[in-house]
Design a protein around this ligand. Structure first.
Ligand code: ADP
Ligand code: MG
Length: 425
């Protein structure tokens, strides 16, 4: 027992150079080593990767990691290799010989972590080879991709279920930063986690201070924030045009360390801009939500929302990219009266549509709730008052809505594109 304790810490120190585990990591690692199915629900930046990477080293065989993005896999594998850990990934980019070599290393139990996309789980060659590989456990990263309620639904994540059925003895660890009850339930069911050890921590990020800023001139406000900060940051905008125009405005005003990013750029441009930002400690990227999953940068000091995010989940994930090193960081949500007017207009027209109305109010309410205790009083009075300021609805009405919501399971998803809060705000 004591030896094992020592082995854990030695491994952590030897390969990662860390002296201690973060809050919940050790408990999770113990569960994984004890062969339990586990569900890990921790905020972005909490250090979920270590929760499967370290057990993978301590257990016999190869850990199969399922990951949604090739870029994410490559990144993790190269980081692991740099630490001296035997890790590989499979992708269609590998030719037959390279793939063969990867399989061979796994069969010889040399590779401790094998990263694959969920699509690969139905590939005949893969299925054939995997039979000869001793799997230690399966780690499903970004497990919320299996949920149809989530933003990032990936149909191929359903493949995991079948794979699990055919390998019933291999324990499974699911990891996600998405906390809505519906999504969690779905992860548990679809991955068929058996009496899982569930680890869930408060999603509050103590080191991020959130500001809701009412501003009439958003360009100017962004300019001011950047002027007072010479740090790395992200400005999230809604449209490609906003990204380009804001970037142009800032450059015109002698802000040099900015660039924009959106899905309309070529892959090469995107890579260049992302890696430039990644390697800098004062570069600011103005981006649509095309820039997101897989960002692994510690020293992001601020995240600005030029417009409110399309949902609480987005908002939470996006501001969560700030302060991953634990140092004080800021999130700014910019909004203006014009947006309120639009909001009012749409509310007026949509009041008969109660479901949508509630969704919008829920979103707003959630933002304020997340921000509670962290807002400077002057910026916003929270709770009913805050919502009233924002929506200009009567207190009684808001109160009714909130009472209703407290007894209601809250769903965040935006399949209804015609009337998601995205277009509303
Ligand atoms: P998540 O997947 O939860 O978003 P990551 O696994 O990418 O988070 O980890 C975020 C950052 O935290 C990484 O830079 C990682 O190296 C760092 N980290 C993880 N565990 C520890 C630890 N025990 N001590 C110090 N840094 C850690
Ligand atoms: Mg992660």
């Amino acid at each position: 027992q004591q030896d094992f304790q020592k082995l854990k810490y030695d491994t952590l120190k030897y390969f990662w150079g860390y002296d201690s585990f973060r809050d919940s990591q050790e408990e999770i690692i113990n569960a994984v080593i004890n062969e339990n199915d586990s569900l890990v629900l921790l905020p972005t930046g909490a250090g979920k990767s270590l929760c499967y990477q370290l057990p993978a080293l301590l257990k016999e065989g190869t850990c199969l990691v399922i990951s949604p993005l090739l870029a994410l896999m490559k990144d993790q594998v190269s980081q692991l290799k740099q630490r001296g850990i035997e890790a590989e990934y499979l992708s269609s980019e590998l030719d037959e010989y390279d793939a063969e070599a990867v399989y061979d290393r796994c069969k010889d139990s040399l590779t401790k972590l094998l990263y694959v996309s969920p699509e690969r789980l139905t590939n005949a060659q893969f299925l054939q080879n995997i039979e000869e590989i001793q799997l230690s456990f399966i780690a499903v990263d970004e497990a919320h991709c299996i949920s149809e309620w989530g933003q990032d639904f990936r149909p191929s994540y359903q493949n995991i279920k079948e794979f699990r059925k055919n390998h019933p003895k291999i324990p499974c660890l699911a990891l996600t930063a998405t906390a809505t009850p519906k999504v969690l339930e779905e992860i548990k069911n679809k991955l068929e986690l058996k009496k899982p050890f569930v680890f869930q921590k408060s999603f509050k990020r103590e080191n991020i201070r959130i500001f809701m800023d009412e501003v009439s001139d958003k360009f100017q406000r962004v300019f001011d924030i950047l002027k007072h900060n010479n740090d790395s940051g992200i400005v999230y905008v809604r449209t490609r045009k906003d990204a380009e125009m804001l970037s142009e405005f800032l450059k015109k005003n002698q802000v040099k360390n900015v660039d924009y990013f959106h899905a309309g750029l070529t892959t090469k441009e995107k890579n260049t801009r992302q890696s430039h930002w990644n390697n800098s400690d004062n570069q600011v990227l103005i981006s649509t939500n095309a820039f997101g999953m897989g960002i692994d940068k510690d020293n992001v000091r601020f995240v600005i929302h030029y417009s409110p995010a399309p949902s609480l989940e987005n908002f939470y994930q996006e501001i969560g990219r700030a302060g991953r090193d634990g140092k004080d960081s800021f999130a700014f949500l910019l909004w203006n009266q014009q947006e309120l007017l639009n909001f009012d207009e749409i509310l007026k027209n949509q009041i008969p549509n109660k479901a949508e109305f509630l969704k919008i109010i829920t979103y707003l309410y959630s933002i304020f709730q997340v921000a509670e205790n962290e807002l400077p009083e002057k910026v916003f009075q929270l709770n009913i008052q805050g919502i009233q300021n924002f929506t200009r609805l009567s207190k009684a009405k808001i109160s009714n809505v909130l009472n209703f919501l407290h007894n209601q399971e809250i769903i965040y998803h935006n399949d209804n594109k015609s009337l998601s809060s995205m277009e509303l705000l």
